[in-house]
Design a protein around this ligand. Structure first.
Ligand code: DAH
Length: 339
């Protein structure tokens, strides 16, 4: 009997269980009415009288030990589960992955922020426009090629309703409602019926600026342009104005900046000229002022307009315009902006 008790004692000592059901099975095996310990208890009557004292003590010891062991297994199982499920409220949360801004939005904001420093404020207008605001008021002759079906998207074959081809239409909308001084920037999307390729798209983005007041001169325009170029491309940037033609400005010019890729030495991007064209500008044609109800004998003004994609290409060297509208995350994730 003593041997059997010793054997069970060491067996119980080494018991292990990973699940509650296993512990219950052990309890049944050792401690239930039909369990091993009870069986020994039942045999106790057959123990010789002179051994009863000792065997009785060992039996009690065995019973307690078995009970303790089962309790101990239950406790450690509960502790393990508790630590697995516990939520540590002091841990920092997983960082929230922030999205990135679209490169066109980044550059649009940059241009607007620069012009805001010169006192300009933002004006917006509709993308679906009429002929008057896009062309007629801006001094486009009736047979001007820009009105052509080839260039302009007309809506429902109605020659009066169209998608704006430039943001200069917003100038018209502001001038017909407001008397000078006017100092506005008009950022927005424009549409032209172009075959889509790496260097042309049927929609793109422009920012327009318009300043009308008494005594506004070409010198004011040039100073604003120089400021804009240096802020956008760095303090070493040089500008050059070439005579040009736009129906709504007279005189008109196109502005080049010293190529910011080769620093003006000449490279494939600037076609080895050292200069790249970035915008059109000029003094607002008196006909435009008059057609919008502004007295051209009292007021003068300048206007400038640029394509945001072009500026973005210069800043970030994006070689294919289509990337701007394809929503390819691999492209978009390369741009980061703090605001
Ligand atoms: N509207 C012209 C275009 O789409 C750009 C432009 C040129 C705007 C000269 C102007 C300007 O305000 O003065 O090509």
């Amino acid at each position: 009997m003593i041997n059997k008790i010793n054997q069970l004692l060491s067996e119980i000592d080494n018991l292990k269980a990973a699940k509650a059901e296993e512990i219950e099975a052990l309890r049944i095996k050792y401690l239930s009415k039909k369990g091993e310990v009870s069986a020994l208890m039942n045999d106790f009557r057959n123990v010789a009288a002179d051994q009863k004292r000792e065997v009785g003590m060992r039996l009690n010891e065995l019973k307690e030990k078995a009970q303790d062991k089962i309790n101990q297994l239950r406790e450690s199982l509960e502790n393990n589960q508790a630590s697995d499920d516990a939520i540590d409220l002091t841990r920092t949360a997983a960082p929230i992955a922030l999205g990135t801004r679209h490169p066109i939005s980044i550059v649009k904001k940059e241009i607007c922020d620069i012009l805001r420093k010169l006192g300009f404020s933002i004006a917006e207008g509709p993308e679906i426009e009429d002929d008057w605001h896009v062309f007629s008021a801006l001094n486009f002759a009736d047979d001007h090629p820009a009105r052509d079906m080839q260039d302009t998207f007309f809506i429902a074959r109605n020659p009066e309703v169209l998608l704006r081809t430039h943001t200069s239409s917003v100038q018209t909308r502001v001038m017909e409602k407001q008397q000078p001084p006017i100092r506005i920037i008009c950022p927005g999307r424009v549409y032209r019926n172009e075959a889509i390729s790496y260097r042309a798209h049927c929609f793109f983005h422009q920012v327009e600026a318009l300043y009308i007041d008494k005594n506004v001169s070409f010198a004011d325009l040039k100073q604003a342009l120089l400021f804009l170029a240096k802020e956008l491309f760095g303090a070493d940037t040089k500008i050059r104005l070439r005579p040009s033609y736009f129906p709504f400005t007279e005189p008109s010019a196109e502005m080049d900046i010293s190529c910011n890729i080769c620093g003006g030495k000449g490279c494939p991007f600037c076609k080895h000229t050292g200069w790249v064209e970035i915008l059109g500008c000029g003094m607002v044609d008196p006909n435009v002022l008059e057609s919008c109800g502004i007295d051209s004998r009292v007021y003068t003004g300048y206007a400038l307009g640029m394509g945001i994609e072009r500026i973005t290409n210069l800043k970030y060297r994006v070689s294919d315009l289509r990337l701007f509208s394809e929503n390819d995350k691999r492209f978009l994730e390369q741009f980061e902006s703090a605001n």
